[in-house]
Design a protein around this ligand. Structure first.
Ligand code: NAD
Length: 347
């Protein structure tokens, strides 16, 4: 980890869920980390301006906590809209990073399908600008892709070599983004790894993916709402495991110009996740809803390549990571019961 000492790392989207957790981790390891974020997408601006989000006060609390933690760790926050090439370029030229991590995006498949225009803008325009800045700075570039590039999994654990057949706007843009990163490498010699995470969960997330929705529903006395019959499985990954993989991508030469699945490496069903919640909160009711046909049927991502080339070794099966996350929510609900008044249950 000595390679991280004093290494300048700019995280575009660095005040988001993954970004701020990564910033805190890298700062702890001695890196000179900078968070670059507009605070507008799935962040402070979006929640401050929303009128009807039942979670507005809870998620604003999480976001304020992120900002406080970044400040306490002395991670500078540059409030910059990465869609603006000149502003981003000025900011990065001042930082002069050795590594740029491109996280900024509309990070939600169903939001991307509902609002493709904004998704192009925040996911592709920001990438284009970040790539061009990285080329000028000769910085290592880490691109956040997704397991959604694969489309439907075919039952086997998907390896990075499997053909990609994305379904919907989010996956298609991520796949297109990967191709752009590779093109910059071919044309300008950009050094990159591309990472494909999946189904993350962890502290201070505001995306309300399935595990988070389960916990919040229970804390509000509402039933768990499961899409489909509960057999759908995802490679749920605790944020700390992803952070381990990302640090390895930054420091290991073997990561250069490679694509890595970075997940726990074993799919678990929604039913299994719901059972873990039930283990913590007995008598919880489960309701089944029709599944979204535009969500690919996913499963396990093979992490053999990351293990072999990087020494990646995830530590948190669902029974540990998710239970830790539940404990964190339990403590929060004891300290701030006002966030967990009863929930509107959608039929
Ligand atoms: N969370 C997951 O499960 C998951 C899984 C696979 C891939 N990813 C990818 O990882 C990345 C980060 O995801 P996340 O969960 O942290 O999302 P997030 O929404 O919490 O964070 C994204 C951050 O990017 C910022 N941003 C967006 N547009 C911007 C712009 N124009 N200028 C500056 N900042 C901008 C937002 O303000 C936000 O803070 C995304 O690219 C996402 O697609 C996430």
């Amino acid at each position: 980890m000595s390679k991280l000492q004093g290494r300048k790392i700019a995280l575009i989207g660095g005040a988001g869920f993954i970004g701020h957790n990564l910033a805190l981790n890298l700062a702890k390891l001695g890196a000179d980390v900078h968070a670059v974020d507009s605070l507008q997408v799935n962040n402070l601006g979006a929640f401050s301006n929303s009128h009807d989000d039942a979670n507005k006060s809870l998620y604003l609390h999480f976001i304020h906590e992120r900002l406080q933690l970044l400040q306490a760790a002395q991670v500078p926050l540059h409030v910059v809209d990465a869609r603006d090439y000149h502003v981003l370029s000025r900011c990065l030229n001042e930082i002069k990073p050795d590594t740029i991590v491109q996280l900024a995006a509309i990070a939600h498949a169903n939001r991307a399908n509902k609002d493709p225009y904004s998704t192009f803008d925040h996911s592709l325009r920001t990438l284009e600008n970040a790539l061009d800045c990285a080329r000028g700075l000769d910085a290592q570039f880490i691109y956040f892709s997704s397991s959604m590039v694969y489309g439907n999994f075919d039952g086997e654990a998907v390896t990075e070599e499997r053909h990609c057949e994305p379904l919907g706007i989010y996956g298609a843009l991520k796949y297109g983004g990967e191709k752009l990163v590779i093109a910059y490498s071919q044309v300008f010699g950009l050094s990159y790894p591309i990472v494909r995470p999946s189904a993350l969960y962890g502290e201070r997330c505001v995306s309300r993916r399935v595990g988070q929705a389960f916990i919040e529903s229970v804390l509000r006395g509402a039933p768990l709402s499961v899409n489909g019959d509960g057999s759908g499985a995802l490679d749920f990954t605790y944020i700390q495991d992803l952070l381990q993989g990302l640090v390895l991508c930054i420091v290991k030469d073997e990561a250069r110009n490679q694509i890595f699945n970075l997940t726990y490496g074993g799919a678990r069903s929604l039913k299994q996740m719901a059972d873990i919640v039930r283990g913590q909160f007995p008598n919880v009711e489960i309701k089944y809803q029709p599944r979204d046909v535009l969500m690919p049927e996913r499963g396990t991502l093979s992490i053999e390549k990351a293990k072999r080339l990087l020494g990646y070794s995830p530590q948190y099966p669902l029974e540990q990571g998710f239970v830790r996350y539940i404990e964190w929510y339990k403590q929060l609900s004891q300290m701030h019961p006002r966030f967990f008044g009863s929930e509107r249950v959608h039929a």
